[in-house]
Design a binder for this molecule. Structure first.
Ligand SMILES: [Zn+2]
Length: 241
């Protein structure tokens, strides 16, 4: 039986809900240079362009066509029924985990549905697309909110808490993440170092450099519900293989 589980999710889990993945192979995001729309410098140069870019994504989330899939729902079930500690860390900025029912969740790359005061760092939920009229209520004069997104060159959110959870976990599962972007790519090393079992669920074949002890190849929406049922029935990962 496991006592403490850390789960990392990436773009693959959202892609199975029909969401286009953020980064494509040309280093462009929706025809924009990454430098223009995903760096603090890009935002300083042209905040309206950056807001428009994220607003396009925001509309995609709110047009009613995107729903959490079976893997999001299974992870929420695990959170509710597992008796040990559990933390889901997601690299995704969408709210599909929340919509699936997850609560013990950390968005390490920020959240599309929030704006952030640049001075106090307080976050505010956005119920409509972003605009210059969205200002904070924590400062005088009120500050224009910036997207609550971790851009290139910025530190991911919650690394201390993630590190702490990894230091004492006995099971680490990565789902739908390429495992190539640091610091998330290093989480498996930390978990291995502390003696945890480490499992990756990916639609891609196993990478020969993978540090994971176990690899489950296939769709997250099919594999994760099985994985969750096994964990909840007291089985260990090796029973699945
Ligand atoms: Zn403020």
């Amino acid at each position: 039986m496991y006592q403490q589980i850390v789960i990392l999710t990436g773009a693959g889990i959202s892609a199975e809900s029909g969401l286009r993945t953020f980064r494509d192979q040309d280093g462009l995001w929706e025809q924009h240079n990454i430098e223009e729309v995903a760096t603090p410098e890009g935002y300083a140069n042209n905040p309206l362009l950056v807001e428009r870019f994220y607003n396009e994504r925001w509309r995609q989330f709110h047009d009613g066509s995107i729903e959490p899939n079976a893997s999001h729902i299974a992870l929420a079930k695990l959170e509710q029924e597992f008796e040990g500690d559990l933390l889901v860390v997601t690299q995704n900025i969408d709210d599909l985990h929340e919509r699936g029912g997850s609560k013990r969740l950390l968005h390490m790359h920020g959240e599309l549905s929030k704006g952030r005061c640049p001075r106090s760092k307080q976050t505010f939920v956005l119920r409509e697309p972003f605009g210059p009229e969205h200002t904070c209520t924590c400062c005088i004069p009120a500050q224009r909110l910036r997207p609550h997104i971790v851009w290139f060159g910025e530190m991911p959110i919650g690394l201390d808490r993630i590190q702490h959870a990894l230091d004492s976990c006995d099971l680490f599962i990565a789902i739908g993440t390429s495992g190539t972007v640091y610091p998330a790519a290093g989480f498996v090393d930390t978990a291995n170092h502390h003696g945890a079992q480490t499992v990756e669920v990916n639609i891609m074949p196993v990478d020969r450099h993978s540090q994971f002890q176990y690899h489950l190849e296939g769709k997250a929406s099919e594999l994760v519900p099985r994985l969750v049922d096994n964990i909840l029935s007291g089985k260990v990962i090796s029973d699945l293989l």
